[in-house]
Design a protein around this ligand. Structure first.
Ligand SMILES: Nc1ncnc2c1ncn2[C@@H]1O[C@H](COP(=O)(O)OP(=O)(O)OP(=O)(O)O)[C@@H](O)[C@H]1O
Ligand SMILES: *[C@@H]1O[C@H](CO)[C@@H](O)[C@H](O)[C@H]1NC(C)=O
Ligand SMILES: *[C@@H]1O[C@H](CO)[C@@H](O)[C@H](O)[C@H]1NC(C)=O
Ligand SMILES: *[C@@H]1O[C@H](CO)[C@@H](O)[C@H](O)[C@H]1NC(C)=O
Ligand SMILES: [Mg+2]
Length: 423
């Protein structure tokens, strides 16, 4: 296959000299010796030109790497060359070297799917390497590669790019672009001194909404993220948000995917109908988005049991303040000092309340949320009381399912959505 371009050059080079040959033979007296002589010169010329072209356009090191690649092709290379034109295949040794043998110093964090390491490739590029903690028997290599290809094909400016993968023995690794400003939890939960003003925070909220809209509605396949939370929102050097870890559930068996991902840690973000009944739809992501918006505005974690009891659960606390017309208290004091457009913040809190609606079907779709945030849609109805999961007691970190199940409305009672298009 690779020889094709050179064949084409050869034809192009050969044709003008061939016509020259015909012209000269017309004017001169034909003789066998001359024909032979001319032919030899033409062939010599062609050879010289070819040699020149080769030298100039084909860099010798390229040839070397090409041959090297073909020699140590892994088994999966076959599938790779057929299906995975868009993704790169990383060698395990390369990644091992890039992350200094998965050294503790390079550990960025550890999530439900496995640890993440910072790596530096030979070309100085920084990457985040995620070591998946999958049991190899659960997914064949070809299936793994097929899933990687699907995730790689989903690209948007508000989604973290998957650069490639590696499958070596028991190891399954995913290589992502590294985002310099890490994840939103470091900023929102006060682990870094960095302060973001309201306009930066609003851009983050809007960017997340757009990324989710793409996953839910606009990409070529419907993807429910399932794990929207502050640590999965990464920030680039201009503080534009990118959603990470989408599609990871594809690497895990269906029934394990939602309970195994350090569920308790993510509990405050999980929509009750998903946590209790396992009902999964885009609306579960919308719920998590609502929690995240409140976190970004108030700069605190959704659940903090060290706070006074009425403040422990962020959605509940926000609702109490709303009922007492004191929503101002929810806003991070630092952005209040910064001088904000209060109307805009209130607007965002209202949108968050719609996302936290107890009934999944009454929560707005992501495209509607984007429209509301950008003021293309007027909000006409007042929000209803948000629903949330509650942890009872600090000692046994158990979830009180009973009280929540009662609080969940039956799917039969359905109100109409609480917003209206303005023209
Ligand atoms: N592409 C990346 N660039 C920079 N930092 C990253 C990147 N991916 C992950 N991180 C960092 O690594 C940490 C751990 O990520 P990981 O996804 O394993 O855990 P998590 O997001 O807390 O949980 P989950 O497994 O549910 O996603 C994150 O908190 C983030 O700060
Ligand atoms: C975030 O990016 C900005 C701009 O590149 C940089 O100045 C800042 O140090 C970064 N912050 C962190 C916490 O990495
Ligand atoms: C908010 O911060 C960004 C950078 O983080 C800056 O460019 C912008 O001017 C700031 N806006 C206001 C209103 O201070
Ligand atoms: C919980 O709240 C306390 C008191 O405001 C604060 O010091 C602590 O950092 C918070 N914990 C988390 C995990 O946000
Ligand atoms: Mg993550």
């Amino acid at each position: 296959m690779r020889v094709m371009p050179y064949e084409r050059t050869m034809i192009r080079v050969a044709s003008p000299s061939a016509s020259l040959d015909v012209q000269s033979s017309k004017s001169s007296q034909p003789s066998g010796g001359l024909y032979f002589f001319l032919g030899a010169i033409v062939i010599l010329l062609i050879l010289l030109i070819l040699l020149f072209v080769f030298r100039k356009f084909i860099n010798p090191s390229k040839w070397k790497t090409f041959f090297a690649c073909t020699r140590k092709q892994p088994v999966a290379k076959d599938i790779l060359s057929r299906n995975l034109h868009t993704i790169s295949w990383f060698d395990f040794q390369t990644l091992k070297k890039a992350t200094k043998n998965f050294h503790q110093d390079n550990l960025l964090g550890r999530g439900g799917f496995g640890p993440v390491f910072l790596g530096k490739l030979e070309d100085e590029r920084l990457v985040a390497v995620k070591k998946l903690s999958v049991d190899k028997s659960q997914q064949r290599e070809s299936e793994f590669l097929a899933e990687v290809r699907i995730i790689t094909s989903i690209q948007h400016k508000n989604l973290v790019r998957l650069l490639g993968c590696c499958s070596d023995g028991d190891q399954r690794l995913l290589v992502y672009e590294y985002l310099k400003n890490r994840s939103l939890d470091l900023i929102v939960y006060g682990k870094s001194d960095l302060f973001l003003n309201w306009s930066a925070r609003f851009q983050i909220i809007l960017g997340i909404a757009r990324g989710l809209q793409y996953l839910h509605e606009d990409s070529h396949m419907r993807i429910i993220h399932r794990d929207i939370k502050a640590s999965n929102i990464l920030l680039d050097d201009k503080f534009q948000p990118r959603i990470g870890d989408f599609g990871l559930a594809r690497f895990f068996p269906e029934d394990q995917a939602y309970l195994s991902t350090n569920f308790a840690g993510t509990l405050g973000y999980t929509a009750p109908e998903y946590a209790i009944r396992g009902e999964l739809s885009e609306k579960a992501d919308i719920y998590s988005f609502g929690v995240l918006v409140l976190e970004i505005i108030s700069c605190r974690k959704n659940t903090n049991l060290t706070l006074p009891s009425e403040m422990q659960y962020l959605p509940e606390y926000a609702w109490k303040l709303y009922k007492h017309s004191r929503l101002n208290d929810l806003i991070d004091p630092r952005i209040r000092e910064d001088g904000i457009v209060e109307k805009e913040v209130m607007h965002a809190i209202h949108v968050a309340f719609f996302c936290l609606h107890p009934q999944a079907s009454s929560r707005p779709a992501m495209s509607e949320i984007v429209a509301m945030l950008t003021c293309k849609v007027e909000i006409v109805q007042t929000p209803s009381r948000p629903i949330f999961l509650e942890r009872k007691g600090k000692k046994d970190e158990k979830i009180s399912w009973d009280s929540i199940s009662e609080a969940l409305p039956s799917p039969l009672k359905s109100d109409s959505p609480s917003y209206q298009h303005s023209k």
